[in-house]
Structures are given as C-alpha cells and as structure tokens.
Design a protein around this ligand. Structure first.
Ligand SMILES: Cc1cc2nc3c(=O)[nH]c(=O)nc-3n(C[C@H](O)[C@H](O)[C@H](O)COP(=O)(O)OP(=O)(O)OC[C@H]3O[C@@H](n4cnc5c(N)ncnc54)[C@H](O)[C@@H]3O)c2cc1C
Length: 477
C-alpha cells in the first residue's frame, strides 16, 4: 500500500504524463506507474532492429501538439526542436500525379486551380485563428460549445466531406484525411479530417527532431525536476494498491471498467463497457539503403504521405477492410522522417513507416499489400529495401493495452463517441468512483499527442480534491 503519494497516474502516454506534469507543478507528490519497461506510451522512438536507425513506434507527426493548450503552456515549442516542412503532406493519386498540401494557401491556389473554391469552402473559416481551432477541438465538450462558429464550420465541412461521392482532387485529398482520422463515411472522422486538413495550413504538420520520444523526454524531465517518480514494468490490476486521494487512469474504458467493477454500481459503468473500438491497423517499418525512389519526385518534399490513389479507390479499399476482406491496394499512411531529420540515422540508412486499416485479427501477410501500394508509386522500391518489421494488430495490443484489437485511435471515431467520449456530460474525465479520473485517447478530446485529456482531468482533480482552482505555471524554469 502506498501512502506517500497525493496522486497516482496509471500509464505514461501523453495524457498520463501531462496529468503528472500538472500535479507535480502544483506541488503534489506524484507517481506514474507504467506496464511497459519504457515510458512514453505512443511517443516512443527506438532503434529499428540491429540497424543504426531510429524509428517512431507509434506517433510521428504532431500538428495537435502545437494546437494544445497544455503543450502551449508547457512551451513545447522551446523544449523540442521541431522540423516543420513547407509541404505538410502529399497525396499520391497516380504514379505520375501527386497533390502537395503546402502550408501556404497561396501555393494551394496554383495546385488546385479551379477546385480552390471547393477546398476553401471546407476549411477557410477555420484558418482565422490557430488558437481558437485548438481551443474548440481540444478543449473537450465545453471547448466546442464556447466556439460555435468553429463548431458550425467543422460540422458543415464534415457533412460535405462525409457525403462526398466525387472523385476530383479535393474529394481525393479529403478521402485520404478521413482515413487518417477513422472510417470513410463517418461524420465524426470527416469532422476530424476537416480540422486536420486546416492544421496543415496553420502550424503545419511538424516532426520532432530525434523522434516523438523527445516530446516524452521533455515531459519526463519536468516531472522528475518537480519531484515526480516513475515505476516501469508495473501492470496495475487493482486500484486498491493505491491510497492517494487522486488516481488518474491513462487507460482504455474497457480496462477502467475492470478496475472499477465491484466498486460502483454496474449500471454506472455501462458507457465504459459498451465503448466501441475502431478499425485495426497493421504497420510496416522499412530499413532502406537510400531514400524511396518515388516515380514522382514531388513526393520527396514532405515527411508525411497519403498513398491511396483516387477518392474512389480509397473508398473501395477502406470499405473492403471494414468488411474484413482487404481487396486491392490499401490506403496507406506513410512517413519518411530520415529525409528531414539527419539525427535519426548515423549510418546513412533511411526509414519508411507505413500503415493501413486491416480486418480485425489480420496477420503479417498484409505487409505485402502495403509494399505493393508503395511500389505502385515507386516501382523500384524493393531494390532499396534492406529489411522490414511488421507490427500486427495483435502486437500493437500486446504492447499497449490501450490499443484494443490494434485500434490505434483509442476507440471508434463515430458521432456518438466523438460527442460522448466516453460518456455524456461536460466533465467526461471524472469516473463514477470518487477520486478516480480517466485520461486517455478514449476520452475527450480524443486521439493524438496533445495531452489535453490528462491536463483537463488533472485540473479538475486539483480543484475537486485540493481546492486548487488556479492552474499551475507549466513553463520551463
Ligand atoms: C502506429 C501509430 C501511429 C500514430 N501516429 C500518430 C501521429 O503521427 N500523431 C499523433 O498525434 N498521434 C499518433 N498516434 C496516436 C497516438 O500515439 C495516441 O493517440 C496517443 O499516444 C494516445 O495517448 P494516451 O495518453 O491516451 O495513451 P498511450 O500513448 O496509449 O499510453 C498509455 C500508456 O498506459 C500504459 N498502460 C495501459 N494499461 C496499463 C496498466 N494496466 N498498468 C500500467 N500501465 C498501463 C500503456 O503501456 C501505455 O504506455 C499513432 C498511434 C499509432 C499506434
């Protein structure tokens, strides 16, 4: 039994660490317990096999980090060296034709030409203020309610994108963005796609020098500086091991359900029990002797790629993955960070990460379909591949209990789970058990590295338990 802590945090993902930062900065005695041997959750950068090459195991591109109130107050811009490309991402349509999404809207006018008006209709009103977009989309239910204009623009843009059956350039771009955020035809994923698309022109889609673990390390250093402690290799199976007045669970609702079961009436856990996982993902990390020889050299101008073909092709391949069939070439989200960050490879080798939606329980064989899709846009790709490592949905889940069934978004991004993530109300972070909060990608404001669920849960816990209603200073001292 531990009596020496004011706050126990279970899980060291961005939300767990954000909660720990806030608690430690408020002068509380904090401990973070993590089941893995390594801290950071989805923000880990590891050596790729025996090669002198660093790769991000999960998160790699970080538009949401710059939009987050937590990271802005934490001054992540000064603590991590960000590489922000002029081209936020590129979408490969055919081997000969790619669409570049430039940060500058001016450049979009040239590439979209007559479709610029359609593109602007989806996102233009969101471009007035990066801060407002961050506050609206990452502030939880009250953040959305406080920004009705942004809410309306997101809703309208999302409706058009979800209902779109065209096959033009703008429809193709948004079909790729929707897959990045969840499932095709989902209004919630389409709303998220509108916000993600707008972020390409605001702060851009930056990657951290050295990989996403540099974000985790900045948070770990701060927590330790203010007296917080860590315990790795410790799976929390029972909340009774904690005596602290505050417990913050950086967990999936299904796991929280198990920990809380028997401690509160079962009906109060219904939302946790019924929380639906999203689509499974399979990822391949390639070791390359030289950069990918893209047929269209424009694809080398950005770290982040959507390799999906046309809108029609994306809708068809995503629908087949949803039905469990995996027909044709998949919509692949890919990244080539070593082209932009030389600190990740001392040996001259390059890396390419690539993932796609797959049927639940999919095996490693689907890696061949990802390779075939890359080859479609780089016919000589195999000639530069030295080695590759596949992460199946099962492997994702066994490495991180929050990736239920290999769903990397912490739960299906549907309208119900967008608005009530994981339960209805203005304070979705508070669990039915006194003193326990839930703070993960499964809780508002949802997936990505922004730390906002942990930040908002921690502020509520500070106020509720200790009467501290002024957020602590989080800037570097
Ligand atoms: C392949 C992939 C690519 C991604 N790309 C991006 C990207 O480019 N940009 C982006 O912003 N996001 C990306 N994401 C999503 C992002 O990583 C997640 O949304 C984010 O990490 C979720 O943060 P979290 O705080 O909820 O928890 P997580 O990061 O999932 O961390 C939870 C932690 O809790 C620990 N834990 C769980 N149960 C227990 C227990 N019982 N006891 C102790 N510890 C426990 C886990 O081991 C884990 O370390 C990606 C994810 C994946 C898998």
């Amino acid at each position: 039994m531990s009596k020496e802590f004011d706050a126990e945090i279970v899980g060291s993902g961005p939300n767990g660490l954000a909660a720990a930062v806030v608690m430690a900065r408020a002068g509380l005695r904090v401990r973070v317990s993590e089941s893995s041997t390594l801290l950071g959750g989805g923000m880990k950068t590891l050596r790729l096999g025996p090669y002198d090459l660093l790769h991000d195991t999960c998160s790699a591109v970080h538009p949401q980090a710059l939009n987050s109130e937590f990271f802005q107050r934490f001054k992540i811009g000064n603590r991590v060296d960000w590489i922000t490309p002029d081209v936020s991402f590129a979408h490969a349509v055919t081997p000969e034709r790619s669409i570049l999404v430039h940060r500058k809207m001016e450049s979009m006018k040239i590439s979209l030409n007559s479709e610029m008006r359609k593109y602007s209709r989806r996102i233009l009103r969101l471009l007035n203020s990066q801060e407002d977009l961050g506050a609206a989309t990452l502030g939880g239910p009250s953040g959305l309610l406080q920004h009705p204009v942004i809410l309306a623009q997101l809703g309208l843009g999302g409706l058009f994108a979800a209902a779109d059956r065209d096959n033009d350039t703008v429809s193709t771009l948004f079909a790729g963005l929707i897959s990045h955020c969840g499932q095709q035809r989902s209004l919630a994923a389409s709303v998220a796609a509108i916000a993600l698309g707008a972020s390409a022109h605001l702060g851009g889609w930056p990657i951290p020098r050295g990989g996403s673990s540099s974000i985790a390390q900045a948070m770990i250093d701060d927590i330790e500086k203010y007296g917080g402690v860590f315990r790795t290799n410790h799976v929390v199976k029972d909340l009774d091991e904690f005596e602290s007045p505050i417990k913050i669970l950086n967990m999936h609702p299904r796991q929280a359900n198990e920990l809380l079961s028997g401690k509160v009436p079962e009906r109060n856990l219904r939302a946790f029990r019924n929380f639906k996982p999203g689509m499974s993902v399979l990822k391949v990390d390639y070791v390359l002797k030289s950069p990918v020889p893209w047929n269209d050299p424009l694809l080398s101008l950005t770290p982040t790629l959507h390799l999906g073909g046309s809108a029609e092709q994306i809708r068809r391949s995503e629908a087949s993955a949803e039905k469990g069939q995996m027909m044709g070439l998949p919509m692949v989200i890919a990244g080539q960070p070593t082209l932009f960050d030389d600190s990740r490879s001392k040996s001259g080798l390059h890396s390419l990460w690539a993932y796609c939606h797959v049927p639940a329980g999919a095996g490693p064989g689907i890696a061949d379909q990802i390779t075939a899709q890359i080859e479609r846009f780089a016919p000589d790709f195999r000639k530069v591949v030295i080695d590759h490592y596949t992460t199946t949905p099962y492997m994702f889940n066994s490495r991180n209990a929050n990736y239920v069934g290999g769903d990397i978004l912490g739960g299906a991004v549907n309208m119900r789970q967008l608005l009530t993530r994981p339960k209805f109300g203005l304070n979705p972070w508070r669990s039915p058990l006194k003193g326990v909060w839930l703070a993960s990608a499964s809780v508002a404001p949802g997936p990505s590295v922004h730390g906002m669920a942990g930040y908002l849960a921690a502020l509520d816990a500070l106020d509720t338990v200790f009467g501290i209603d002024v957020p602590p200073d989080l800037s570097p001292s």
